[in-house]
Write a protein that binds this ligand. Structure first.
Ligand code: FES
Length: 167
């Protein structure tokens, strides 16, 4: 003998409400997971360093540092904005290119190249660096920071600052 169950409309409505209530946490969880996934993927995308085109170096003279300016994309939370940056670029007699960050490694002041002394000199506390970025005179205790670089023909591309150990 076959048993059939027929629920009353009130019971059906109660079951539907219970199912709906049980589904709410799943919907909230799914939505939060989607937002988290989007956020993490976006963070990963902008956390990856964007190389910046720093211009043509074909006309630079050996051992004569030149300050160049370039624009780089900087991630600021969800926003990516263009930031004006600079670097001191030198080319040695073998055409090896080095790009120094423009801040003194003592307390971050902007330094300058003094051609007559062939030194980078910081005006704040007098640190001096040679053309390779090594400290000649303190108070700075470590060499100038360097950008990662790559050349495409004569175009110089600048990447993140290197770790001091990489130099
Ligand atoms: S910031 Fe350059 S010497 Fe102090």
């Amino acid at each position: 003998m076959r048993k059939t169950t027929t629920d009353s409309p009130g019971i059906i409505r109660r079951k539907l409400m219970i199912q709906a209530i049980c589904a709410i946490p799943a919907v909230i969880g799914g939505t939060l997971s989607a937002f988290a996934g989007t956020y993490l993927c976006a963070r990963r995308r902008v956390a990856g360093f964007e190389w910046a085109d720093a211009g043509d170096v074909s006309l630079m003279r050996d051992r004569t540092p030149a300050q160049i300016r370039f624009t780089r994309a900087v991630a600021d939370g969800w926003k990516v904005r263009a930031e004006q940056c600079s670097a001191w670029v030198t080319i040695d007699e073998h055409r090896n290119v080095t790009a120094f960050a423009p801040q003194c490694t003592h307390l971050g002041c902007a330094y300058n190249w003094q051609a007559e002394k062939k030194q980078f000199v910081c005006p704040c506390h007098g640190s001096k660096f040679n053309v390779r970025g090594d400290v000649i005179e303190g108070p700075a205790s470590r060499p100038l920071d360097r950008y990662s670089i790559k050349l495409e023909g004569n175009r110089l591309w600048l990447g993140p600052l290197k770790d001091t150990e990489d130099v």
